[in-house]
Design a protein around this ligand. Structure first.
Ligand code: TYD
Length: 150
């Protein structure tokens, strides 16, 4: 067992549907602690850093457009970001999310329940870090050290 931290981002589809609290509640109920939380307005530069591992992928530009809320009806480029901490937090949260494509996600997972299966793969409700290395990089990108509980 490893004490881990993972970055959670509520995506614009979840924000637009007012499901942020419900999704966060389901993740918290895994036994994880909320150790950082913020509402923030994003820029394209932030997303380019966040998705540095997707550089060169044909879908990257539309993913960034989506993450900035450009396909939704949000008043700004807002995102709700959280750091969750607990035993094996990274794999626990990824299991709770389900497959990247909501159409392939099991129906009891968050993406299976709240992803937009009629739209496309990118509208998959929530982001969570995939590995320990990604989590460290992503948390440092979205939060200052003093914004995270010790
Ligand atoms: P990725 O990091 O591979 O998936 P995950 O979010 O499950 O860690 O991809 C980042 C996002 O890019 C993903 O949540 C949805 C979008 N995406 C596409 O739009 N098309 C694709 O073919 C893939 C793989 C991802």
């Amino acid at each position: 067992m490893h004490m881990e931290q993972t970055l959670i981002l509520m995506k614009p589809d979840t924000i637009e549907k007012h499901l942020t609290g419900l999704v966060l509640s389901r993740l918290e109920a895994l036994g994880l602690e909320i150790v950082a939380a913020k509402a923030t307005v994003t820029t394209r530069a932030l997303w380019e850093e966040h998705y540095a591992n997707l550089k060169g992928k044909p879908f990257l530009n539309s993913v960034i457009d989506f993450m900035m809320g450009n396909f939704n009806h949000l008043p700004d480029h807002r995102i709700y970001a959280f750091v969750l901490r607990g035993e094996n937090a990274i794999s626990k949260v990824r299991a709770a999310l389900g497959a990247t494509n909501p159409e392939q996600a099991d129906p009891w997972t968050l993406r299976g329940q709240f992803g937009c299966i009629k739209n496309d793969v990118m509208q998959n409700a929530v982001h969570a870090s995939g590995t320990v290395e990604d989590a460290a990089r992503e948390i440092a990108l979205w939060f200052k050290p003093e914004e995270i509980l010790p």
